[in-house]
Design a protein around this ligand. Structure first.
Ligand SMILES: Cc1cc2nc3c(=O)[nH]c(=O)nc-3n(C[C@H](O)[C@H](O)[C@H](O)COP(=O)(O)OP(=O)(O)OC[C@H]3O[C@@H](n4cnc5c(N)ncnc54)[C@H](O)[C@@H]3O)c2cc1C
Ligand code: FES
Ligand code: FES
Length: 1278
């Protein structure tokens, strides 16, 4: 049993449930464990077995502070610094920061970054979270101290309550007594299936191990726990040595260091750091190498939990420490009842050979790591998808010892991780190189030998064989250069080749100083009470921070509630021959299995069934659902359901295959203007190219979830659901159950992130759960775990684009022909709409007279892709911008010149003939060039690139014209309901859903201005289909626009009714007016309605007026790439966005930053991987890398353009929910700019195929050099 399971009931911070990821990878479940003051550890509760906490105090976010009692400064500051949006990650963030402050009340910025490195946030872009943390730091740079900081602050630091460590809860005295007089008895805990034995003495531990040789030792449980959860490993007996002090002994000798196997990796880090500070550098080479990897290995939470022994014994192929320990000649001290012995941590041990392994009854007591010596050098290398909190693709430990006073190799050790089933030693190669000089000849031979010896099997973990091979030699080359530079210091004179002079230092991530230039400030004449335009904190901010904010799954268990788990297809395209439920139904606690036959109404649509009937169209399609008393029982039952299939043809996964099979979901969408045929004939040059953009997982922190409660009367149902579109859930449940819509009420309090993924899908889960509720008569709770959510729900459409662009030699584009295909998956869902939006938005900021845009959605056997922030724009426009880059390369001009030359300049019409004024676009562009000092920095980048062969910098500036809203009139409407109660308090309800974007906060700002009362009088309880019916999905960036106008309308109606009373008693108070109104029988409730913009698009004519307005912006990013590994760091980003008159600049900046970081993830790290059978591999934070806190650009400036007017919207504000996403592409184009610089220097073609995401793998392979060539030759001839 894990801590999360124990702590969940009644605690609303049950983000500690297993569902945010359940694997230690997201940090949402972080709690603090204290074993003895003053040592506190942050840990991920989802991996902590409850029995391991004997004698420990656990503090959850509820224990830190609450709104009801006292807020802790950490909670107050994260909320008031606008560090919360949906708030699902916030309790975890608070706990990581709180634990840090308990250990270090004034931490350094590096400590802060380290503490938060394991906490994912999908909404904020991290900057405001860091800003709140930095208020505690010793030296706080940036937000307040930055010399360029001109303008408004989003919060007032001086108003924060100070941190007073004396106010913290003391360590419980009874636990202190226990710690002082430790229990020596063996403690045994019996669970239903597992027995946990915790001996009190070393002797007892050895006895138990002899008695139960198969029982694993459980320390951090980060390896065992993960295997038990995801691979179904089962151990009836677990031995916990947590109380055995002998396993934590550290001893220092003259020749080395012995560290107890029970020490956590965090402790090991401290021990090594101490030793490094005490000893001369030559003795600490191995320790430094270990320290380097310990900084990036997993997150701080995992390092607090994971033990050195567990790490070594797990022998993961990706282990970051074993390769270094192996080359460092570490020795394992083993103990059993029989006595002690030592074995080397050698290739035999790493390969698990019996000759070099532990005996079943032995345990690892400690590890001896010898000092290094003079003329010995040790280095560690690692390349992962992200710099922090990501498993390595390949890592290595390398050590060389020279004959004293020479560069002749006396001993050499090289080991690699990630290249096979275990850590691999290149023993043979090393032997062959003994006696050789450390020179280029040796380097060449070494590379050839290494490629031969470390011959990655085709199935190497994670695939990417060519990339990994390249890293094998690139790492050695880096080692070669590093050692060369050391030898230069020792041997004089020592000739060093030019290449060695290249800068090779590793990157240290710096905390972004975050300069914010807020140029929207409210008019000084605006009444103080009026909150519009002010950076008001998110209404739920404090509740997010204290864990008191209730999400769907925080609703306490209701009477007779049952749990539901889904059974999904394991085949991509097959006929269902039979479904055998018998074994599943026999499992105790299982109540029923819901199949398509149980649906009383309609089972979805013909092409998109809720539950599969005879045929499945993708892996992950829902076939049936188990209903059981507990979640565990329901999940066990799933495994017992036997489904037989007959494979069907064709099976199509890729866009290319779909094109081949003519497999499409809907007709082609096309827009055309001018005459491209003629135009192509008259241009100086033509370029054709292809662009591939990968899909994207929404990765909302709160997975899909719903609770359906049937009522006893009239078939009424109450549905609590995490959705962006409750009316759609209501309608779908109605048609599925065949009951009128008026019997069904959907409630949405708040949603833990949506990003488009909770528009269509929640209706499916709601309807299936409702069928279960109807059939069993019980309330049904359905909560998807991360793996299922990722498997079932689909995401952003991958895109394949072909372009042909004709242009003059000066860069003027005369003709552009783009054809795009998106992968829609197996059902239509929103694919037609996405195609339309893609085509409508493809021109971005450019006026090109002769254009043809065509788009089609492919039908494939993958889960259906759906709406995602930006709705096709981020994918499609990457094609357009790639054309620009290609034209620039051909013209020998910088891309920004081509962008400028072809940008809209004057009032004009788009390709679909909608008139618009690009003035704000030009202003954003110029402002961005100016604030980023683009032209100067472009020169600096070029200078840097001239001096550095192995590192290159790139810079790019991207303009944006983003259309807001739906291309359909009926979507531009909204309603609100405002009640004034007799005490003067006001309840506002509207049709928008709170997804973290702060819509409720903005709505109350509107109501406050209209009713002229402070926000404290106003309240929003939830969004409910019973109060505001027939709502539109909260999407397309217009939620606040349309609902704001509806709220405004309702308030204006009410105020009009109150006017005579106010006139009569102008000096009266609000309460007096309301009382008088009630006495005079004036209705104090009003419905507001907004009939919005008339949007239409005639696809036949290619004309329309589909969008109410545009958001303009520009972003400039600079990056540095490591050509040898493909790693990159983001040096700086500047964004200028035209927000017009922001309703709330703090919320709007948050939306821009959050979307930008999400876009950066799309274009750089987020990669979906499928098996050849169409099974999604990347189903959790281990394999699917969304940006972490250390991915934020080191300098990140966001500014809002001084206001322009948009009369259509509420108070001339603009919807900024989606647009920032595309600006993330500035990082992508900066990376490709750097890659192009590397290729140019190496004399290879600059026009390479554009592929997003630009992962380190892509960057490395695109920076072709002698090492990639070696690998290709190796592949050709081996
Ligand atoms: C989210 C996450 C991210 C990670 N990222 C990285 C990463 O980037 N790089 C990396 O290298 N690793 C990474 N890891 C793996 C991590 O380093 C290991 O899981 C961890 O070190 C195992 O230690 P543990 O104490 O938790 O072992 P446990 O899970 O408790 O035990 C593991 C195994 O070791 C055995 N064992 C433990 N101690 C002894 C002993 N003293 N004597 C004999 N047998 C023993 C147990 O019997 C068991 O079989 C990550 C893990 C997670 C969960
Ligand atoms: S749920 Fe525990 S780390 Fe993600
Ligand atoms: S606020 Fe961090 S995940 Fe939503």
């Amino acid at each position: 049993m894990f801590v999360s399971v124990c702590l969940s009931p009644g605690l609303t911070a049950s983000k500690i449930g297993p569902y945010a990821c359940g694997r230690g990878g997201c940090g949402a479940c972080t709690v603090m464990v204290s074993k003895r003051d003053p040592t506190h550890f942050s840990v991920t509760a989802c991996l902590v077995p409850i029995c391991s906490l004997y004698g420990a105090a656990v503090t959850t976010v509820e224990g830190v502070g609450s709104i009801k009692t006292r807020l802790h400064p950490v909670q107050e500051r994260i909320a008031k610094s606008h560090g919360t949006q949906c708030g699902f990650c916030t309790p975890g963030m608070v706990m990581s920061m709180y634990t840090l402050l308990r250990n270090y009340p004034q931490p350094s910025e590096e400590q802060l970054l380290e503490a938060l490195g394991g906490n994912l946030c999908r909404c904020t872009g991290y900057r405001p979270i860091l800003a709140s943390g930095k208020t505690f730091c010793l030296v706080s740079r940036g937000l307040w101290g930055h010399p360029q900081s001109k303008n408004d602050k989003l919060f007032v630091k001086e108003e924060f309550q100070p941190l007073d460590p004396t106010q913290e809860l003391i360590f419980p005295p009874e636990l202190l007594r226990l710690a002082e007089n430790p229990e020596k008895r063996t403690l045994t805990f019996h669970g239903e299936r597992v027995t946990w034995i915790s001996p009190g003495t070393f002797k007892d531990l050895l006895e138990l191990k002899a008695k139960h040789p198969e029982a694993p030792l459980i320390l951090g449980n980060t390896s065992l726990g993960a295997a038990m959860r995801s691979k179904g490993h089962f151990h009836p007996i677990l031995l916990s040595p947590a109380r055995i002090s002998e396993l934590n002994v550290v001893s220092k000798t003259n020749d080395g260091l012995t560290i107890g196997a029970g020490c956590s990796l965090a402790q090991v880090k401290d021990i090594l750091a101490e030793r490094v500070s005490e000893l001369p550098e030559e003795k600490t080479q191995t320790y430094r190498a270990l320290l380097k990897h310990l900084k990036s290995l997993a997150s701080q939470q995992i390092r607090h939990m994971a033990s050195l022994g567990g790490h070594i014994i797990s022998r993961h192929s990706y282990s970051d420490l074993n390769p270094i320990l192996a080359v460092g000649n570490a020795t394992l001290n083993l103990t059993s009842e029989e006595g002690t012995r030592q074995i080397p941590l050698s290739e035999h041990f790493l390969a698990g050979l019996a000759s070099g392994d532990l005996k079943p009854e032995e345990i690892l007591e400690s590890v001896y790591i010898p000092h290094s010596q003079k003329w010995e050098f040790v280095s560690a290398f690692r390349q992962a998808q992200c710099q922090q909190n990501a498993l390595p693709d390949v890592n290595a430990g390398m050590r060389v010892l020279f004959k004293e006073g020479t560069d002749i190799i006396e001993d050499l050790g090289i080991t690699y991780g990630g290249v096979g089933a275990a850590t691999v030693s290149a023993h043979e190669s090393c032997q062959q190189l003994l006696g050789r000089h450390w020179d280029e000849l040796m380097l060449d031979e070494a590379c050839r030998r290494l490629l031969d010896e470390v011959s990655l099997p085709g199935w190497a973990p994670g695939g990417r064989v060519e990339f990994k091979r390249t890293l094998v030699v690139s790492f050695f080359f880096k080692f070669y250069l590093q050692v060369l530079q050391e030898l230069k210091k020792l041997i004089k004179p020592f000739p060093v080749p030019v290449s060695a002079l290249a800068f090779l230092g590793s990157w240290q991530h710096k905390l972004p100083p975050s300069l914010l230039l807020l140029q929207t400030s409210v008019d000084s004449r605006q009444p103080l009470q009026d909150p519009v335009g002010r950076p008001v904190m998110h209404l739920s901010g404090l509740k997010h921070a204290t864990g008191e904010a209730e999400f769907c799954d925080d609703i306490p268990v209701v009477d007779k509630e049952l749990c539901m788990a889904l059974v999904t297809s394991t085949r991509a395209h097959a006929k269902i021959l039979s479904i055998d439920l018998s074994e599943a139904l026999e499992i105790p606690g299982v109540v029923d299995v819901i199949t398509a036959k149980d649906i009383p109404g309609t089972n979805g649509t013909e092409g998109d069934k809720l539950l599969a009937v005879d045929e499945v169209l993708c892996v992950g399609q829902i076939i049936c659902a188990v209903v059981a008393e507990t979640d565990v029982q329901a999940k066990c039952a799933i495994e017992k359901i036997k489904i037989t299939y007959e494979e069907l043809e064709p099976i199509i996964f890729t866009i290319e295959d779909a094109i081949k099979h003519n497999s499409f979901l809907c007709p082609e969408k096309k827009l055309e203007q001018g005459n491209i045929k003629e135009a192509f004939e008259k241009v100086d040059q033509i370029v054709e190219g292809e662009v591939h953009v990968g899909g994207q997982e929404h990765f909302y922190m709160e997975t899909q979830r719903v609770l359906v409660i049937p009522k006893t009367e009239d078939k009424e149902l109450n549905i609590y659901v995490s959705t962006q579109d409750p009316a759609h859930v209501q309608k779908t449940v109605s048609s599925t159950l065949n009951i009128p819509i008026n019997r069904i009420t959907c409630h949405v309090k708040r949603v833990g992130g949506g990003f488009g993924g909770k528009i269509g899908r929640p209706a499916v889960f709601g309807a299936i759960a409702a069928v279960g509720a109807l059939k069993t008569g019980h309330p049904i709770r359905l909560v998807l775990d991360r793996e299922d959510d990722m498997l079932i729900t689909g995401g952003r459409h991958p895109l394949f684009g072909k372009y042909k662009v004709g242009f003059m030699n000066n860069g003027r584009i005369k003709a552009l022909d783009i054809e795009c295909f998106i992968n829609g998956g197996c059902t239509l869902d929103d694919s037609e709409l996405v195609t339309e939006f893609l085509i409508l938005k493809l021109e971005n900021a450019y006026k090109i007279r002769n254009l043809r845009f065509r788009g089609r959605a492919c039908l494939t056997n993958l889960p259906s892709n759906t709406a995602f922030r930006g709705f096709g724009f981020p994918q499609g426009t990457l094609v357009t911008e790639s054309c620009i880059t290609a034209v620039a390369a051909k013209c020998g001009l910088p891309p920004e010149k081509i962008r400028e030359k072809n940008m809209y300049r004057t009032v004009d019409k788009t390709i679909y003939k909608q008139a618009f004024n690009p003035e704000s676009l030009i202003r954003c562009w110029n402002e961005c060039l100016d604030t980023s000092s683009f032209h100067n920095r472009r020169m600096q980048v070029e200078e840097f690139n001239k001096k550095n062969y192995w590192k290159k910098r790139g810079i790019a500036v991207i303009p944006m014209k983003f259309s807001v809203g739906f291309a359909s009139t009926s979507y531009h409407q909204a309603a609100a309901l405002v009640h004034i109660y007799t005490d003067g308090s006001v309840l506002v309800t509207h049709g928008g859903n709170e997804l973290g974007q702060g819509i409720h906060t903005k709505m109350l700002q509107v109501a406050s201005r209209e009713l002229k009362i402070p926000m404290s009088y106003l309240h929003i309880c939830e969004t409910s289909t019973a109060t505001v019916p027939n709502t539109i999905a909260t999407a397309a960036s217009i939620g606040a626009d349309i609902n704001g106008r509806a709220v405004q309308n309702a308030c204006q109606i009410l105020l009009k009714r109150l006017e005579p009373i106010i006139k009569k008693n102008p000096e009266g108070t609000w309460e007096e007016w309301i009382e008088a109104a009630f006495e005079q029988r004036i209705s104090l409730s009003a419905t507001g309605y907004f009939r919005g913009y008339k949007a239409f698009m005639d696809w036949e004519k290619g004309e329309g007026d589909p969008f109410p307005y545009y958001v303009y912006g520009a972003a400039c990013s600079e990056v540095e790439i490591d050509c040898l590994t493909g790693a990159y760091k983001k040096i700086r980003t500047d964004i200028v966005m035209d927000a017009c008159c922001s309703l709330n600049p703090a919320i709007d900046i948050g939306q821009i930053e959050g979307a930008f970081i999400q876009g950066m993830g799309l274009y750089t790290t987020e990669e979906l991987k499928y098996s050849p059978e169409g099974v999604l591999y990347s189903r959790g934070p281990d394999e699917y890398k969304i940006p972490t806190i250390s991915d934020v650009p080191e300098e990140f400036n966001v500014s809002l353009l001084p206001s322009s007017q948009t009369p259509l919207t509420i108070y001339s504000s603009k919807g900024l929910g989606e647009s920032g996403m595309f600006l993330g592409s500035s990082v992508f184009f900066a990376i490709t700019d750097a890659v192009a610089a590397a290729r140019k220097e190496r004399d290879i073609a600059e026009d390479f195929t554009v592929k997003s995401p630009a992962t380190p793998e892509w960057v490395r392979m695109a920076c072709a050099d002698r090492f990639t060539e070696m690998v290709w030759n190796y592949c050709l001839f081996s």
